[in-house]
Design a protein around this ligand. Structure first.
Ligand code: UN1
Length: 503
């Protein structure tokens, strides 16, 4: 898995059951975003050739793995879930160190991977199809799920173990094999995950890990004829490229992309509860969730009360190294991400939004070697401003006043994305109307926009997705195809839709 030297630990790719270096001999560094002096390790900068080896291994392994009965495949996955649970604390620490979010949250990330693995392992005994009466005599009709082959899994850095589990575990339980390219910012958590699958007994070649950049590693997977499914989570811009690259070979493409999620606070809301929700939804994971509540629409009758409380609470958030149990918000994941935050703060100011708190990177003292930024709130934001339309993926929340429930819904829907939304209200009629009318894949009542559980579908509408869902049994639809089977036991030719008279 790794070799340690005075220069640090070198981690390898995992191809065909062996931990091996890239053919390039090149590596890249992974550093702690809370303290860039802390080198976590060096990882393989893989090439097209490495990807090809991994695809070849996955293709060969598929011929065996697809024939392993699904309940047996699932037994391996149950074991993997248990190993993850046993190692949860250590896995969370590694993740905080490489990604920055606080320990409570990395513990949650690992827990989500455990939950998903147990849930999907259960699907090993539940890949239900349909049996239906045939329209002809002495004929049987049914549908079964079948695997597709090699799946390319491309994952982001914000949920370094949960999101890989959402994709890899259903792929495996359905009988596919995997080539996995994790984000370059979080390769250690990916490696930890794959190591656990290896230990649990996943056979050589069934899961292959190739670290490196999207341009080289990602593209090589997208253009390969051997790859049958691509599951990608990341930005909408990259998702579009994934879709275009994968189109000529007719791959099944599952995309999970950006969000600009809204919390709507109505005049009858419990304002304190709404403030709790907006803090957690807006600044949890330093705003770096696709589901983050980066917009808040507040009824004018409670606007002043809400803003006062929200700003006071945001100012009091303790920003710091995620490994310190006192920290409530960690750094942005990288300099690039921090630059995006500062860019959008400048855009918000220029557009005339009121900077109610924050707005500055934190550079002094304990912050000097990390990518920290103050929790930032813009108020009196117009719904058309860029800070209210574009995904920032940082600790910046835009608050907008509204005069009515209908206006809140209109503002809520008027963005390019459709992942998650929420309403705070005590009025059941408004709650149900909002559930129906927000065009998103996920909706919450009296809870923030984050916090999806693994056994319901996860995904979004519009520029967030391309119609697929992960998590829940919906994930099986990404990683399997239906086969309809007809068995004629009449011993004679029966012509469907034609030989109906003698029935
Ligand atoms: C993401 O935002 O990228 O629902 C994933 C949530 C988490 C998963 C988020 N369970 O917020």
């Amino acid at each position: 898995m790794a070799t340690a030297t005075a220069q640090g630990t070198t981690y390898h790719n995992f191809i065909d059951g062996s931990w091996i270096p890239s053919v390039s001999g090149d590596v890249f560094e992974n550093r702690n975003p809370a303290n860039t002096d802390d080198l976590i390790g060096v990882f393989q900068k893989s090439t097209r050739q490495d990807v090809q080896h991994a695809i070849d291994a996955a293709r060969r392994a598929y011929e065996h793995w697809r024939l392993v009965p699904a309940p047996r495949r699932a037994e391996i996955l149950f074991r993997a879930a248990q190993i993850m649970a046993d190692r949860k604390v250590a896995l969370a620490r590694d993740m905080t160190r490489e990604m920055g979010k606080i320990l409570d949250e990395t513990g949650g990330d690992v827990q989500e991977a455990i939950d998903m693995t147990f849930f999907m392992a259960g699907e090993g005994r539940r890949q239900y199809g349909q049996t239906v009466p045939s329209e002809l005599r002495d004929k049987f009709a049914m549908s079964v799920r079948q695997p597709l082959g090699v799946c390319a899994i491309i994952t982001p850095w914000n949920f370094p173990m949960a999101i890989p589990s959402w994709k890899i575990i259903p792929a495996l339980v359905c009988g596919n094999t995997v080539v996995f390219k994790p984000a370059t910012l979080t390769p250690l958590s990916a490696l930890n995950f794959v190591k656990i699958l290896e230990e649990a007994g996943v056979p050589p070649g069934v899961v292959n890990l190739v670290t490196g950049g999207g341009g080289e590693v990602g593209n090589a997977m997208l253009v390969s004829d051997e790859v049958k499914v691509v599951s990608f989570t990341g930005s909408t811009d990259v998702g579009r490229t994934v879709s275009e690259q994968a189109a000529p070979s007719f791959k099944k493409v599952h995309l999970e992309m950006g969000g600009k999620n809204v919390i709507m606070v109505m005049d009858d809301a419990n304002v304190e509860l709404a403030v709790d929700g907006c803090l957690w939804g807006g600044f949890g994971t330093t705003g770096q969730r696709c589901t983050a509540a980066s917009r808040v629409v507040v009824h004018e009758k409670v606007y002043a009360a809400f803003v006062n409380q929200f700003v006071a609470r945001a100012k009091a958030l303790r920003v710091g190294d995620g490994l310190d149990p006192k920290s409530q918000m960690g750094p942005s994941v990288s300099q690039g991400q921090l630059d995006t935050v500062t860019k959008y703060v400048a855009i918000g100011k220029k557009e005339g939004a009121k900077l109610a708190c924050g707005g500055e990177p934190l550079r002094e003292g304990a912050y000097a070697k990390g990518f920290f930024h103050q929790p930032t709130i813009f108020t009196d934001v117009a719904p058309t401003m860029r800070v209210a339309q574009e995904e920032i993926f940082g600790p910046v929340v835009s608050v907008m006043p509204c005069r009515s429930f209908d206006e809140a819904i209109a503002i809520g829907n008027n963005v390019p994305y459709g992942l998650s939304a929420s309403i705070y209200t005590q009025d059941i009629n408004k709650a149900f109307a909002a559930m129906r009318d927000l065009y998103t894949g996920i909706f919450y009542v009296n809870a923030p926009t984050i916090g999806a559980e693994v056994h319901l579908p996860f995904g979004g509408t519009k520029a967030t997705g391309n119609g697929h869902r992960e998590a829940g049994t919906a994930a099986l639809d990404v990683f399997s195809e239906w086969k309809s089977i007809y068995i004629d036991f009449s011993g004679r030719l029966q012509r469907a839709q034609i030989d109906t008279a003698d029935l």
